[in-house]
Design a protein around this ligand. Structure first.
Ligand code: NAP
Length: 561
Protein backbone atom coordinates (compact mmCIF):
# COMPACT_ATOMS: atom_id res chain seq x y z
CA UNK A 1 0.00 0.00 0.00
CA UNK A 2 1.60 3.25 -1.04
CA UNK A 3 1.79 6.28 1.24
CA UNK A 4 -0.23 8.27 -1.31
CA UNK A 5 -3.31 6.14 -0.87
CA UNK A 6 -2.79 5.47 2.82
CA UNK A 7 -4.81 8.48 4.02
CA UNK A 8 -7.96 7.14 2.37
CA UNK A 9 -7.78 3.97 4.35
CA UNK A 10 -9.73 3.56 7.56
CA UNK A 11 -7.34 2.08 10.11
CA UNK A 12 -8.20 0.05 13.19
CA UNK A 13 -6.36 -2.21 15.56
CA UNK A 14 -9.01 -4.91 15.16
CA UNK A 15 -11.58 -5.56 12.46
CA UNK A 16 -14.16 -8.20 13.26
CA UNK A 17 -15.96 -9.65 10.26
CA UNK A 18 -19.58 -10.52 10.98
CA UNK A 19 -22.17 -9.12 13.39
CA UNK A 20 -23.62 -12.43 14.53
CA UNK A 21 -23.42 -14.12 17.92
CA UNK A 22 -19.62 -14.36 17.68
CA UNK A 23 -18.89 -10.88 16.31
CA UNK A 24 -21.13 -9.23 18.89
CA UNK A 25 -19.35 -10.81 21.86
CA UNK A 26 -15.88 -10.33 20.35
CA UNK A 27 -16.62 -6.65 19.82
CA UNK A 28 -17.81 -6.30 23.39
CA UNK A 29 -14.58 -7.86 24.72
CA UNK A 30 -12.45 -5.55 22.60
CA UNK A 31 -14.31 -2.36 23.52
CA UNK A 32 -14.29 -3.33 27.17
CA UNK A 33 -10.50 -3.40 26.99
CA UNK A 34 -10.40 -0.01 25.28
CA UNK A 35 -9.21 -1.50 21.97
CA UNK A 36 -9.97 0.31 18.73
CA UNK A 37 -12.22 -2.29 17.11
CA UNK A 38 -14.96 -2.28 14.50
CA UNK A 39 -17.35 -4.87 13.11
CA UNK A 40 -18.01 -5.04 9.38
CA UNK A 41 -21.13 -6.90 8.30
CA UNK A 42 -22.46 -7.66 4.82
CA UNK A 43 -26.15 -7.60 5.85
CA UNK A 44 -27.90 -4.35 6.62
CA UNK A 45 -28.19 -5.10 10.32
CA UNK A 46 -26.79 -7.27 13.12
CA UNK A 47 -27.84 -10.75 14.14
CA UNK A 48 -26.20 -13.13 11.62
CA UNK A 49 -28.17 -16.39 11.49
CA UNK A 50 -31.01 -14.83 13.47
CA UNK A 51 -31.19 -11.83 11.18
CA UNK A 52 -31.37 -13.86 7.99
CA UNK A 53 -33.33 -17.03 8.74
CA UNK A 54 -36.87 -15.65 9.13
CA UNK A 55 -38.81 -18.64 7.83
CA UNK A 56 -41.85 -19.74 9.85
CA UNK A 57 -40.92 -22.20 12.57
CA UNK A 58 -37.31 -21.02 12.82
CA UNK A 59 -36.13 -21.32 16.44
CA UNK A 60 -33.34 -22.60 18.71
CA UNK A 61 -32.80 -26.28 19.20
CA UNK A 62 -30.61 -25.43 22.22
CA UNK A 63 -32.39 -24.58 25.46
CA UNK A 64 -32.83 -20.80 25.24
CA UNK A 65 -31.26 -20.21 28.66
CA UNK A 66 -28.11 -22.10 27.61
CA UNK A 67 -27.90 -20.22 24.33
CA UNK A 68 -27.71 -16.67 25.70
CA UNK A 69 -24.41 -15.04 26.61
CA UNK A 70 -23.13 -15.89 30.07
CA UNK A 71 -20.68 -13.00 30.54
CA UNK A 72 -23.00 -10.50 32.24
CA UNK A 73 -25.04 -11.25 35.37
CA UNK A 74 -27.06 -8.13 34.73
CA UNK A 75 -27.96 -9.31 31.24
CA UNK A 76 -28.85 -12.76 32.52
CA UNK A 77 -31.06 -11.28 35.21
CA UNK A 78 -32.97 -8.90 32.99
CA UNK A 79 -33.70 -11.13 29.98
CA UNK A 80 -36.81 -13.28 29.99
CA UNK A 81 -36.76 -16.13 27.48
CA UNK A 82 -40.37 -16.62 26.44
CA UNK A 83 -40.07 -20.22 25.28
CA UNK A 84 -37.75 -23.08 26.14
CA UNK A 85 -36.66 -23.05 22.47
CA UNK A 86 -36.91 -19.43 21.54
CA UNK A 87 -38.26 -18.39 18.12
CA UNK A 88 -36.24 -16.33 15.64
CA UNK A 89 -37.94 -12.95 16.25
CA UNK A 90 -37.14 -13.19 19.98
CA UNK A 91 -33.56 -14.25 19.26
CA UNK A 92 -33.03 -11.25 17.04
CA UNK A 93 -34.61 -9.01 19.70
CA UNK A 94 -32.19 -10.48 22.25
CA UNK A 95 -29.10 -9.79 20.13
CA UNK A 96 -30.28 -6.23 19.51
CA UNK A 97 -30.84 -5.82 23.24
CA UNK A 98 -27.25 -6.97 23.91
CA UNK A 99 -25.87 -4.60 21.27
CA UNK A 100 -27.81 -1.67 22.69
CA UNK A 101 -27.07 -2.46 26.32
CA UNK A 102 -23.32 -2.57 25.71
CA UNK A 103 -23.38 0.29 23.21
CA UNK A 104 -21.95 -1.84 20.40
CA UNK A 105 -23.97 -0.53 17.47
CA UNK A 106 -21.86 2.65 16.93
CA UNK A 107 -18.88 0.34 16.31
CA UNK A 108 -20.63 -1.69 13.62
CA UNK A 109 -20.71 -0.97 9.91
CA UNK A 110 -23.35 -2.64 7.75
CA UNK A 111 -23.75 -3.38 4.06
CA UNK A 112 -20.03 -3.88 3.72
CA UNK A 113 -18.94 -7.26 2.57
CA UNK A 114 -15.25 -8.05 2.68
CA UNK A 115 -14.39 -9.16 -0.85
CA UNK A 116 -10.69 -9.43 -0.42
CA UNK A 117 -8.28 -9.49 2.53
CA UNK A 118 -4.52 -9.33 2.14
CA UNK A 119 -1.79 -9.54 4.77
CA UNK A 120 0.93 -6.95 4.23
CA UNK A 121 4.07 -8.52 5.61
CA UNK A 122 6.16 -5.38 5.79
CA UNK A 123 3.62 -3.81 8.15
CA UNK A 124 2.13 -6.85 9.89
CA UNK A 125 -1.29 -5.56 8.91
CA UNK A 126 -4.31 -6.76 7.00
CA UNK A 127 -5.85 -4.74 4.18
CA UNK A 128 -9.52 -5.38 3.53
CA UNK A 129 -11.30 -4.39 0.31
CA UNK A 130 -14.98 -3.85 0.97
CA UNK A 131 -17.86 -4.22 -1.47
CA UNK A 132 -18.68 -0.51 -1.08
CA UNK A 133 -15.33 0.40 -2.61
CA UNK A 134 -13.53 1.28 0.62
CA UNK A 135 -10.35 -0.23 1.98
CA UNK A 136 -9.80 -0.80 5.66
CA UNK A 137 -6.66 -1.84 7.42
CA UNK A 138 -6.13 -3.51 10.76
CA UNK A 139 -3.47 -5.29 12.76
CA UNK A 140 -5.79 -8.16 13.66
CA UNK A 141 -8.63 -9.59 11.60
CA UNK A 142 -11.10 -11.64 13.63
CA UNK A 143 -13.49 -13.91 11.78
CA UNK A 144 -17.08 -14.13 13.02
CA UNK A 145 -18.33 -15.48 9.71
CA UNK A 146 -20.75 -18.11 10.99
CA UNK A 147 -20.84 -21.81 10.25
CA UNK A 148 -23.97 -21.80 8.16
CA UNK A 149 -23.99 -18.42 6.45
CA UNK A 150 -23.39 -19.36 2.83
CA UNK A 151 -26.72 -20.75 1.58
CA UNK A 152 -26.69 -23.04 -1.45
CA UNK A 153 -29.38 -23.35 -4.10
CA UNK A 154 -29.93 -26.72 -5.73
CA UNK A 155 -28.20 -27.45 -8.99
CA UNK A 156 -31.41 -28.11 -10.92
CA UNK A 157 -31.93 -27.23 -14.55
CA UNK A 158 -34.39 -24.44 -15.32
CA UNK A 159 -34.31 -22.60 -11.98
CA UNK A 160 -34.14 -19.23 -13.77
CA UNK A 161 -37.19 -20.10 -15.91
CA UNK A 162 -39.59 -20.26 -12.98
CA UNK A 163 -42.07 -17.35 -13.00
CA UNK A 164 -43.53 -17.68 -9.48
CA UNK A 165 -42.03 -16.69 -6.12
CA UNK A 166 -38.94 -18.69 -5.14
CA UNK A 167 -36.39 -18.27 -2.37
CA UNK A 168 -33.92 -20.03 -0.16
CA UNK A 169 -35.04 -20.25 3.47
CA UNK A 170 -31.99 -18.17 4.50
CA UNK A 171 -33.30 -15.26 2.39
CA UNK A 172 -36.87 -15.45 3.62
CA UNK A 173 -38.55 -12.16 2.63
CA UNK A 174 -38.54 -9.73 5.55
CA UNK A 175 -42.12 -8.68 4.85
CA UNK A 176 -43.24 -12.31 5.29
CA UNK A 177 -44.93 -14.57 2.76
CA UNK A 178 -48.67 -15.04 2.54
CA UNK A 179 -49.22 -18.75 2.00
CA UNK A 180 -53.01 -18.66 2.17
CA UNK A 181 -54.61 -20.25 -0.88
CA UNK A 182 -51.18 -20.96 -2.40
CA UNK A 183 -49.70 -24.09 -3.89
CA UNK A 184 -46.29 -24.41 -2.24
CA UNK A 185 -43.30 -26.66 -2.92
CA UNK A 186 -40.45 -27.25 -0.47
CA UNK A 187 -37.27 -28.89 -1.72
CA UNK A 188 -35.19 -30.51 1.01
CA UNK A 189 -35.88 -32.33 4.25
CA UNK A 190 -33.01 -31.14 6.46
CA UNK A 191 -33.32 -29.39 9.84
CA UNK A 192 -34.65 -26.21 8.24
CA UNK A 193 -37.32 -28.00 6.20
CA UNK A 194 -38.33 -30.00 9.25
CA UNK A 195 -39.03 -26.75 11.10
CA UNK A 196 -40.86 -25.00 8.28
CA UNK A 197 -42.98 -27.85 6.84
CA UNK A 198 -45.54 -28.06 9.69
CA UNK A 199 -45.95 -24.27 9.64
CA UNK A 200 -46.50 -24.01 5.88
CA UNK A 201 -48.80 -27.04 5.98
CA UNK A 202 -51.12 -25.10 8.32
CA UNK A 203 -51.35 -22.09 5.97
CA UNK A 204 -50.98 -23.20 2.39
CA UNK A 205 -53.66 -24.56 0.12
CA UNK A 206 -51.33 -27.40 -0.73
CA UNK A 207 -47.78 -28.32 0.22
CA UNK A 208 -45.63 -30.69 -1.79
CA UNK A 209 -42.37 -31.78 -0.17
CA UNK A 210 -39.58 -33.02 -2.42
CA UNK A 211 -37.37 -35.37 -0.44
CA UNK A 212 -34.15 -36.88 -1.78
CA UNK A 213 -32.96 -38.46 1.48
CA UNK A 214 -34.97 -38.78 4.65
CA UNK A 215 -33.54 -37.34 7.86
CA UNK A 216 -33.99 -38.67 11.38
CA UNK A 217 -35.82 -36.20 13.62
CA UNK A 218 -37.10 -36.23 17.18
CA UNK A 219 -39.64 -34.09 19.06
CA UNK A 220 -38.55 -30.70 20.37
CA UNK A 221 -41.23 -30.73 23.11
CA UNK A 222 -41.11 -26.96 23.44
CA UNK A 223 -42.91 -25.11 26.24
CA UNK A 224 -43.61 -21.55 27.39
CA UNK A 225 -41.41 -20.15 30.14
CA UNK A 226 -43.50 -18.61 32.92
CA UNK A 227 -42.25 -15.90 35.29
CA UNK A 228 -41.79 -18.57 37.98
CA UNK A 229 -39.82 -20.82 35.67
CA UNK A 230 -37.65 -17.91 34.56
CA UNK A 231 -36.96 -16.98 38.19
CA UNK A 232 -35.91 -20.57 38.83
CA UNK A 233 -33.63 -20.52 35.76
CA UNK A 234 -32.06 -17.25 36.90
CA UNK A 235 -31.33 -18.72 40.30
CA UNK A 236 -29.54 -21.64 38.60
CA UNK A 237 -27.53 -19.84 35.92
CA UNK A 238 -24.14 -20.61 37.53
CA UNK A 239 -25.09 -24.25 37.84
CA UNK A 240 -26.47 -24.37 34.27
CA UNK A 241 -23.33 -22.94 32.70
CA UNK A 242 -21.14 -25.20 34.79
CA UNK A 243 -23.12 -28.22 33.60
CA UNK A 244 -22.77 -27.05 29.98
CA UNK A 245 -19.00 -26.65 30.43
CA UNK A 246 -18.74 -30.22 31.72
CA UNK A 247 -20.77 -31.88 28.97
CA UNK A 248 -19.30 -32.85 25.58
CA UNK A 249 -22.01 -31.01 23.65
CA UNK A 250 -22.02 -27.84 25.75
CA UNK A 251 -25.58 -28.57 26.88
CA UNK A 252 -27.14 -29.52 30.17
CA UNK A 253 -27.65 -32.97 28.60
CA UNK A 254 -24.90 -35.35 29.69
CA UNK A 255 -24.29 -38.74 28.03
CA UNK A 256 -25.25 -41.91 29.85
CA UNK A 257 -21.88 -43.25 30.98
CA UNK A 258 -23.11 -46.83 31.41
CA UNK A 259 -22.08 -49.26 28.69
CA UNK A 260 -24.85 -49.87 26.14
CA UNK A 261 -24.76 -53.65 26.64
CA UNK A 262 -24.49 -53.38 30.43
CA UNK A 263 -28.06 -52.12 30.45
CA UNK A 264 -30.88 -54.54 29.85
CA UNK A 265 -32.71 -54.07 26.51
CA UNK A 266 -36.05 -53.39 28.21
CA UNK A 267 -34.40 -50.76 30.36
CA UNK A 268 -32.86 -49.17 27.27
CA UNK A 269 -36.24 -49.01 25.59
CA UNK A 270 -37.88 -47.54 28.68
CA UNK A 271 -35.14 -44.93 28.86
CA UNK A 272 -35.64 -44.00 25.18
CA UNK A 273 -39.40 -43.74 25.68
CA UNK A 274 -38.72 -41.25 28.45
CA UNK A 275 -36.10 -39.29 26.49
CA UNK A 276 -38.39 -39.09 23.45
CA UNK A 277 -40.92 -37.25 25.63
CA UNK A 278 -38.36 -34.86 27.11
CA UNK A 279 -37.61 -31.43 25.68
CA UNK A 280 -34.57 -30.91 23.47
CA UNK A 281 -31.60 -33.03 22.50
CA UNK A 282 -31.89 -35.56 25.36
CA UNK A 283 -32.72 -38.45 23.02
CA UNK A 284 -29.49 -37.70 21.13
CA UNK A 285 -27.09 -36.43 23.80
CA UNK A 286 -28.25 -38.16 27.00
CA UNK A 287 -27.98 -41.46 25.20
CA UNK A 288 -25.32 -44.18 25.36
CA UNK A 289 -22.07 -43.25 23.69
CA UNK A 290 -22.05 -46.49 21.66
CA UNK A 291 -24.91 -45.23 19.47
CA UNK A 292 -22.33 -42.96 17.83
CA UNK A 293 -19.64 -45.60 17.41
CA UNK A 294 -21.16 -49.12 17.15
CA UNK A 295 -23.32 -50.23 14.23
CA UNK A 296 -25.42 -52.60 16.38
CA UNK A 297 -26.15 -50.04 19.08
CA UNK A 298 -26.95 -47.49 16.43
CA UNK A 299 -29.26 -49.93 14.61
CA UNK A 300 -31.22 -50.46 17.82
CA UNK A 301 -31.83 -46.79 18.57
CA UNK A 302 -32.59 -46.22 14.87
CA UNK A 303 -35.23 -48.94 15.01
CA UNK A 304 -36.74 -47.33 18.09
CA UNK A 305 -37.03 -43.95 16.35
CA UNK A 306 -38.37 -45.65 13.18
CA UNK A 307 -41.13 -47.24 15.27
CA UNK A 308 -42.10 -43.76 16.49
CA UNK A 309 -42.32 -42.49 12.90
CA UNK A 310 -44.54 -45.48 12.01
CA UNK A 311 -46.79 -44.68 14.99
CA UNK A 312 -47.08 -41.03 14.07
CA UNK A 313 -47.53 -41.17 10.29
CA UNK A 314 -50.87 -42.72 9.31
CA UNK A 315 -50.03 -43.80 5.77
CA UNK A 316 -47.54 -46.69 6.01
CA UNK A 317 -46.04 -45.98 2.59
CA UNK A 318 -45.31 -42.36 3.54
CA UNK A 319 -43.98 -43.47 6.93
CA UNK A 320 -41.48 -45.81 5.26
CA UNK A 321 -40.33 -43.03 2.95
CA UNK A 322 -39.70 -40.80 5.99
CA UNK A 323 -37.45 -43.39 7.64
CA UNK A 324 -33.82 -42.93 6.57
CA UNK A 325 -32.26 -46.03 5.04
CA UNK A 326 -28.78 -44.75 4.27
CA UNK A 327 -27.67 -43.68 7.77
CA UNK A 328 -28.51 -44.33 11.38
CA UNK A 329 -30.04 -42.06 14.00
CA UNK A 330 -27.75 -39.43 15.45
CA UNK A 331 -24.85 -39.70 13.03
CA UNK A 332 -25.94 -36.37 11.58
CA UNK A 333 -27.02 -33.46 13.74
CA UNK A 334 -30.56 -34.44 14.74
CA UNK A 335 -33.25 -31.97 13.69
CA UNK A 336 -35.81 -31.36 16.43
CA UNK A 337 -39.40 -31.05 15.27
CA UNK A 338 -42.84 -29.91 16.31
CA UNK A 339 -45.57 -31.99 14.63
CA UNK A 340 -43.34 -32.63 11.60
CA UNK A 341 -44.54 -36.18 11.10
CA UNK A 342 -48.16 -35.23 11.76
CA UNK A 343 -47.95 -32.71 8.89
CA UNK A 344 -47.91 -35.68 6.51
CA UNK A 345 -51.29 -36.82 7.90
CA UNK A 346 -52.93 -33.73 6.48
CA UNK A 347 -54.88 -33.93 3.22
CA UNK A 348 -53.10 -30.89 1.79
CA UNK A 349 -49.55 -32.31 2.21
CA UNK A 350 -47.86 -34.70 -0.21
CA UNK A 351 -44.39 -36.23 -0.01
CA UNK A 352 -42.57 -36.85 -3.27
CA UNK A 353 -39.62 -39.18 -3.03
CA UNK A 354 -37.23 -37.81 -5.62
CA UNK A 355 -34.80 -40.65 -5.09
CA UNK A 356 -37.47 -42.70 -6.95
CA UNK A 357 -38.80 -40.04 -9.32
CA UNK A 358 -36.04 -37.43 -9.68
CA UNK A 359 -36.63 -33.78 -10.44
CA UNK A 360 -35.81 -33.31 -14.12
CA UNK A 361 -36.13 -29.58 -14.19
CA UNK A 362 -37.81 -26.49 -12.82
CA UNK A 363 -40.30 -25.19 -15.33
CA UNK A 364 -41.96 -21.80 -15.83
CA UNK A 365 -44.83 -22.90 -13.61
CA UNK A 366 -43.34 -25.38 -11.22
CA UNK A 367 -41.37 -28.60 -11.03
CA UNK A 368 -41.16 -31.55 -13.43
CA UNK A 369 -40.15 -34.93 -12.08
CA UNK A 370 -39.58 -38.07 -14.10
CA UNK A 371 -43.23 -38.90 -13.40
CA UNK A 372 -45.26 -35.71 -13.04
CA UNK A 373 -45.55 -32.06 -13.88
CA UNK A 374 -46.42 -29.86 -10.86
CA UNK A 375 -47.62 -26.24 -10.86
CA UNK A 376 -46.69 -24.08 -7.87
CA UNK A 377 -47.20 -20.49 -6.72
CA UNK A 378 -44.17 -20.63 -4.42
CA UNK A 379 -41.01 -22.77 -4.39
CA UNK A 380 -39.01 -22.83 -1.16
CA UNK A 381 -35.44 -24.05 -1.34
CA UNK A 382 -34.56 -25.56 2.04
CA UNK A 383 -31.39 -26.87 0.51
CA UNK A 384 -28.78 -26.05 3.12
CA UNK A 385 -25.41 -24.38 3.20
CA UNK A 386 -21.86 -24.47 1.98
CA UNK A 387 -21.12 -25.12 5.62
CA UNK A 388 -18.19 -24.20 7.85
CA UNK A 389 -15.64 -23.19 5.22
CA UNK A 390 -18.09 -21.73 2.67
CA UNK A 391 -17.97 -18.20 4.05
CA UNK A 392 -14.14 -18.31 4.03
CA UNK A 393 -14.04 -19.71 0.49
CA UNK A 394 -16.25 -16.89 -0.74
CA UNK A 395 -13.79 -14.29 0.51
CA UNK A 396 -10.48 -13.93 -1.21
CA UNK A 397 -8.02 -14.24 1.70
CA UNK A 398 -4.33 -13.88 0.94
CA UNK A 399 -1.93 -14.51 3.76
CA UNK A 400 1.82 -13.95 3.84
CA UNK A 401 3.98 -15.09 0.94
CA UNK A 402 1.84 -17.04 -1.52
CA UNK A 403 -0.67 -18.45 0.94
CA UNK A 404 -4.25 -18.27 -0.35
CA UNK A 405 -6.79 -19.66 2.11
CA UNK A 406 -9.19 -21.06 -0.50
CA UNK A 407 -6.32 -22.99 -2.07
CA UNK A 408 -4.85 -24.14 1.22
CA UNK A 409 -8.26 -25.50 2.26
CA UNK A 410 -9.26 -26.94 -1.13
CA UNK A 411 -9.30 -30.47 0.33
CA UNK A 412 -10.64 -29.36 3.71
CA UNK A 413 -9.61 -27.01 6.50
CA UNK A 414 -6.23 -27.16 8.21
CA UNK A 415 -6.08 -25.18 11.42
CA UNK A 416 -4.44 -24.91 14.81
CA UNK A 417 -7.09 -25.41 17.49
CA UNK A 418 -9.66 -24.27 14.94
CA UNK A 419 -8.62 -20.71 15.71
CA UNK A 420 -5.49 -20.01 13.66
CA UNK A 421 -4.04 -20.92 10.28
CA UNK A 422 -0.36 -21.19 9.42
CA UNK A 423 0.52 -18.69 6.69
CA UNK A 424 -2.21 -16.28 7.84
CA UNK A 425 -0.73 -14.26 10.68
CA UNK A 426 -2.97 -12.07 12.82
CA UNK A 427 -6.10 -13.84 11.56
CA UNK A 428 -8.09 -15.32 14.43
CA UNK A 429 -11.20 -17.50 14.21
CA UNK A 430 -12.83 -17.80 17.65
CA UNK A 431 -15.37 -20.23 16.20
CA UNK A 432 -13.54 -21.48 13.15
CA UNK A 433 -13.56 -24.84 11.38
CA UNK A 434 -12.23 -27.58 13.71
CA UNK A 435 -12.78 -25.38 16.77
CA UNK A 436 -14.82 -26.30 19.83
CA UNK A 437 -17.92 -24.52 18.54
CA UNK A 438 -19.16 -26.26 15.44
CA UNK A 439 -20.40 -29.52 16.92
CA UNK A 440 -21.54 -28.10 20.25
CA UNK A 441 -24.03 -25.64 21.69
CA UNK A 442 -22.70 -22.85 19.53
CA UNK A 443 -22.72 -19.80 21.86
CA UNK A 444 -21.06 -21.77 24.65
CA UNK A 445 -18.25 -22.65 22.23
CA UNK A 446 -18.13 -19.09 20.91
CA UNK A 447 -17.63 -17.57 24.34
CA UNK A 448 -14.75 -19.96 24.98
CA UNK A 449 -13.15 -19.17 21.62
CA UNK A 450 -13.57 -15.42 21.97
CA UNK A 451 -12.14 -15.48 25.49
CA UNK A 452 -9.12 -17.52 24.38
CA UNK A 453 -8.41 -15.25 21.39
CA UNK A 454 -8.83 -12.18 23.60
CA UNK A 455 -6.35 -13.55 26.16
CA UNK A 456 -3.87 -14.18 23.37
CA UNK A 457 -4.26 -10.64 22.06
CA UNK A 458 -3.74 -9.25 25.57
CA UNK A 459 -0.35 -10.96 25.66
CA UNK A 460 0.51 -9.70 22.20
CA UNK A 461 -0.33 -6.13 23.17
CA UNK A 462 1.28 -6.31 26.62
CA UNK A 463 4.56 -7.55 25.15
CA UNK A 464 4.51 -5.22 22.18
CA UNK A 465 4.36 -7.91 19.52
CA UNK A 466 2.83 -7.19 16.15
CA UNK A 467 2.47 -10.64 14.72
CA UNK A 468 0.99 -13.91 15.89
CA UNK A 469 0.94 -17.08 13.81
CA UNK A 470 0.51 -20.83 14.33
CA UNK A 471 3.47 -23.00 13.34
CA UNK A 472 3.11 -25.49 10.50
CA UNK A 473 3.89 -28.35 12.91
CA UNK A 474 1.24 -27.35 15.43
CA UNK A 475 -1.31 -27.00 12.67
CA UNK A 476 -0.44 -30.38 11.19
CA UNK A 477 -0.74 -31.99 14.64
CA UNK A 478 -4.15 -30.48 15.36
CA UNK A 479 -5.57 -31.25 11.92
CA UNK A 480 -4.41 -34.87 12.21
CA UNK A 481 -5.93 -35.09 15.70
CA UNK A 482 -9.28 -33.78 14.42
CA UNK A 483 -9.22 -36.28 11.54
CA UNK A 484 -8.28 -39.18 13.82
CA UNK A 485 -11.29 -38.55 16.00
CA UNK A 486 -13.59 -39.15 13.03
CA UNK A 487 -12.16 -42.66 12.59
CA UNK A 488 -14.16 -44.11 15.50
CA UNK A 489 -17.38 -42.26 14.77
CA UNK A 490 -20.18 -43.58 12.54
CA UNK A 491 -20.72 -39.99 11.44
CA UNK A 492 -17.69 -40.32 9.16
CA UNK A 493 -19.90 -42.37 6.81
CA UNK A 494 -22.77 -39.89 6.73
CA UNK A 495 -23.47 -37.46 3.93
CA UNK A 496 -23.82 -34.39 6.12
CA UNK A 497 -22.27 -30.98 6.61
CA UNK A 498 -20.17 -32.44 9.46
CA UNK A 499 -18.28 -34.37 6.77
CA UNK A 500 -18.27 -31.53 4.26
CA UNK A 501 -20.98 -33.00 2.01
CA UNK A 502 -23.05 -30.70 -0.18
CA UNK A 503 -24.22 -31.98 -3.55
CA UNK A 504 -24.52 -28.44 -4.88
CA UNK A 505 -20.95 -27.33 -4.22
CA UNK A 506 -18.23 -28.51 -6.53
CA UNK A 507 -15.76 -30.75 -4.76
CA UNK A 508 -18.14 -31.29 -1.82
CA UNK A 509 -20.15 -34.09 -3.37
CA UNK A 510 -20.16 -37.34 -1.39
CA UNK A 511 -16.98 -39.37 -1.37
CA UNK A 512 -14.33 -37.27 0.26
CA UNK A 513 -14.50 -36.45 3.95
CA UNK A 514 -13.62 -32.98 5.07
CA UNK A 515 -12.69 -32.88 8.72
CA UNK A 516 -14.83 -29.91 9.60
CA UNK A 517 -15.60 -30.36 13.28
CA UNK A 518 -13.74 -31.20 16.46
CA UNK A 519 -15.47 -34.22 18.00
CA UNK A 520 -13.66 -34.35 21.33
CA UNK A 521 -16.33 -32.35 23.18
CA UNK A 522 -16.19 -29.20 25.27
CA UNK A 523 -14.20 -30.36 28.35
CA UNK A 524 -11.37 -31.89 26.28
CA UNK A 525 -11.25 -28.91 23.97
CA UNK A 526 -11.08 -26.49 26.88
CA UNK A 527 -8.39 -28.52 28.58
CA UNK A 528 -6.30 -28.49 25.40
CA UNK A 529 -6.60 -24.80 24.62
CA UNK A 530 -6.01 -23.82 28.25
CA UNK A 531 -2.87 -25.96 28.34
CA UNK A 532 -1.64 -24.30 25.17
CA UNK A 533 -2.19 -20.91 26.82
CA UNK A 534 -0.55 -21.98 30.07
CA UNK A 535 2.52 -23.22 28.22
CA UNK A 536 3.04 -19.74 26.81
CA UNK A 537 1.06 -20.41 23.63
CA UNK A 538 2.81 -23.53 22.53
CA UNK A 539 2.64 -23.89 18.76
CA UNK A 540 2.13 -20.16 18.26
CA UNK A 541 4.88 -17.77 17.29
CA UNK A 542 4.70 -14.19 18.48
CA UNK A 543 7.00 -11.64 16.95
CA UNK A 544 7.59 -8.00 16.11
CA UNK A 545 9.84 -6.27 13.58
CA UNK A 546 12.36 -5.48 16.33
CA UNK A 547 12.57 -9.10 17.37
CA UNK A 548 14.22 -9.89 14.01
CA UNK A 549 11.95 -12.72 13.09
CA UNK A 550 10.20 -15.33 15.10
CA UNK A 551 10.30 -15.56 18.85
CA UNK A 552 10.32 -19.13 20.16
CA UNK A 553 7.43 -19.70 22.54
CA UNK A 554 9.67 -20.31 25.59
CA UNK A 555 10.92 -16.72 25.38
CA UNK A 556 7.53 -15.39 26.26
CA UNK A 557 7.68 -17.31 29.53
CA UNK A 558 5.11 -15.42 31.56
CA UNK A 559 2.83 -14.90 28.61
CA UNK A 560 -0.16 -16.39 30.32
CA UNK A 561 -0.31 -13.76 33.10
P1 NAP B 1 -29.25 -29.57 5.34
O1 NAP B 1 -29.39 -30.31 6.60
O2 NAP B 1 -27.97 -29.63 4.60
O3 NAP B 1 -30.44 -30.05 4.41
C1 NAP B 1 -30.53 -29.69 3.07
C2 NAP B 1 -31.64 -30.49 2.44
O4 NAP B 1 -31.78 -30.10 1.08
C3 NAP B 1 -31.35 -31.99 2.42
O5 NAP B 1 -32.54 -32.69 2.62
C4 NAP B 1 -30.82 -32.21 1.00
O6 NAP B 1 -30.98 -33.52 0.50
C5 NAP B 1 -31.70 -31.25 0.24
N1 NAP B 1 -31.11 -30.89 -1.03
C6 NAP B 1 -29.99 -30.16 -1.24
N2 NAP B 1 -29.77 -30.04 -2.56
C7 NAP B 1 -30.75 -30.70 -3.19
C8 NAP B 1 -31.04 -30.92 -4.53
N3 NAP B 1 -30.25 -30.45 -5.50
N4 NAP B 1 -32.14 -31.65 -4.84
C9 NAP B 1 -32.92 -32.12 -3.85
N5 NAP B 1 -32.71 -31.95 -2.54
C10 NAP B 1 -31.63 -31.23 -2.22
O7 NAP B 1 -29.55 -28.02 5.54
P2 NAP B 1 -30.49 -27.31 6.60
O8 NAP B 1 -31.79 -28.02 6.71
O9 NAP B 1 -30.53 -25.87 6.29
O10 NAP B 1 -29.76 -27.55 7.98
C11 NAP B 1 -28.37 -27.29 8.12
C12 NAP B 1 -28.00 -27.15 9.57
O11 NAP B 1 -28.49 -25.91 10.04
C13 NAP B 1 -28.59 -28.15 10.52
O12 NAP B 1 -27.90 -29.36 10.60
C14 NAP B 1 -28.54 -27.41 11.84
O13 NAP B 1 -27.30 -27.53 12.46
C15 NAP B 1 -28.74 -25.98 11.41
N6 NAP B 1 -30.14 -25.66 11.69
C16 NAP B 1 -30.49 -25.52 13.00
C17 NAP B 1 -31.78 -25.25 13.31
C18 NAP B 1 -32.16 -25.10 14.74
O14 NAP B 1 -33.04 -25.76 15.19
N7 NAP B 1 -31.55 -24.24 15.49
C19 NAP B 1 -32.73 -25.14 12.32
C20 NAP B 1 -32.35 -25.26 11.01
C21 NAP B 1 -31.04 -25.53 10.68
P3 NAP B 1 -29.77 -34.59 0.62
O15 NAP B 1 -29.70 -34.92 2.06
O16 NAP B 1 -30.19 -35.69 -0.25
O17 NAP B 1 -28.53 -33.88 0.14
Amino acid sequence: MSAATAQKIEEHEVVIIGAGVCGIYQLHRMLDMGVDAVVVEMSDDLGGTWYNNRYPGCRFDSESYTYGYSFSKELLNEWHWVEAYSPQPENLKYLNHVADKFNLRPHMQFNCKVDHARFEESEDRWYLDLSDGRTMSCRFMIMGLGLLSQPTLPKIKGREDYKGKAFHTYYWPHEGVDMKGKKVAIIGTGATAIQIIPEVAKEADSLTVFQRRANWAAPLNNYKITDEKMAEIRSRYDEIFEACAKSPGGFEHHPDRRGFWEVDRDERLAMWEQLYKEPGFGIWLKNFREIFTHEDANAEISEFIASKIRERVKDPVTAEKLIPKDHGFGVQRVPLETFYYEAYNRDNVELIDISETPIERITENGIKTSERDFDFDIIVYATGFDAITGAYDHMDIQGRDDFVLREKWSDGPETYLGMMVHGFPNMLMPAGPQSGSASTNYPRGIENGVNWCTDLLKVVWDKGYTRVEATAEAEERWTRHVAEMYSTMLMRKAKSWFTGYNSNVEGHEAGRIRYFVYNGGTPKYMKTINEVRDKGYEGVVLSSPGSSGMVPPHQIGDAAD
